[in-house]
Write a protein that binds this ligand. Structure first.
Ligand code: SAM
Length: 287
């Protein structure tokens, strides 16, 4: 091994758009690693050539991670330095990097990081939404049923939520978020650090409406959603009165959806209460 680096795995953050966003330390590590493990050699090749770095690359991605890992571990066993990068941003965030990190920790190899760009954190700090407590929720399921189920699980978490989403599913995802989380303030962060960087802020209902009308935007997206709304808490009696009024001319499902949007309370909670009340009404009518 002829690397000037200490042996071990180096998690190296790369830019999320602007190729200048590579730290001096990241440059040094990439220039001296035995091998650079990357998701797509064409994408990383472009970055390396922009920074005149010439080191061997090895593909390591979701579809070949199990086959590629032994080769990387062998280099580490022989005392080499392996740099792990993703297509963009911080490796091991929404990619198979964490498994390699885990294997290295189990085998007692040194693991260190050259931190840098990350789309979730960049979207969060630009959103203007609370940053004191947040949860990164990654990608939601593509289909609406799975997406709604996962959102329902996240609805009561008292923190700002951060999602990665594809541009083509943006409007549908925002609509499901409004339904399951309530009409919270949110921000769609698009093309971060790139020429057409855009922050669109508004309530979930407003943002869903905008993208339904405008169609899918171009580029990469982070959605940031504010914590559960803290309106003056409604008493059980007030919630019941709202439900009773809606049930006069609406189904349980529609009533729950409208009240959840209006109050910011989780739809699941309202739905369960509305179902109880509706069952009670039917029993009363039958007897
Ligand atoms: N490892 C990366 C990181 O640290 O952010 C994320 C990888 S994840 C597979 C890719 C997703 O990150 C994209 O689908 C998009 O949701 C988000 N993303 C990446 N670059 C972005 C950018 N410049 N602007 C907005 N979102 C971005």
């Amino acid at each position: 091994m002829n690397s000037t680096l200490r042996p071990g795995l180096y998690l190296v953050a790369t830019p999320i758009g602007n190729l200048q966003d590579l730290s001096l330390r990241a440059h040094e590590i990439l220039s001296n690693a035995e091998v650079i493990a990357c998701e797509d050699t064409r994408v990383t090749g472009k970055l390396l050539s922009r920074h005149t770095i010439d080191r061997p690359m090895k593909a390591y991605h979701e579809h070949n991670a199990a086959q590629a890992r032994p080769g990387l571990l062998k280099i580490l066993e022989e005392g080499g330095a392996v740099a792990l990068v993703s297509d963009a941003g911080t490796p091991a965030i929404s990619d198979p990097g964490f498994r390699l990190v885990n294997d290295c920790i189990e085998r007692g190899f040194d693991v260190t990081a050259a931190p840098g760009a990350n789309a979730a954190i960049t979207g969060l700090i630009l959103s203007g939404l609370p940053t004191d407590r947040f949860m990164f929720a990654g990608f939601l399921p593509n289909k609406t049923t799975g997406r709604k189920k996962e959102l329902a699980e996240l609805a009561s978490i008292p923190a700002t939520l951060i999602f990665y989403e594809s541009a083509k599913r943006l409007a549908a995802a925002l609509e499901d978020m409004a339904e399951q989380l309530g009409d919270r303030p949110a921000c769609v962060a698009r093309e971060l650090t790139k020429l057409h960087e855009e922050m669109r802020r508004g309530s979930l209902v407003e943002l869903a409406g905008h993208y339904q009308q405008a169609g899918a935007p171009k580029g990469e997206i982070v959605i940031v959603v504010g914590p559960p709304l803290k309106a003056a808490p409604l008493s059980e009696d007030e919630i019941e009165a709202l439900i009773l009024a809606r049930l006069e001319n609406k189904s349980v499902r529609d009533a729950a959806q409208e009240i959840a949007l209006e109050t910011g309370l989780p739809k699941r909670q309202i739905y369960a209460r509305a179902l109880d009340i509706s069952k009670g009404q039917k029993k009363g009518q039958a007897s």
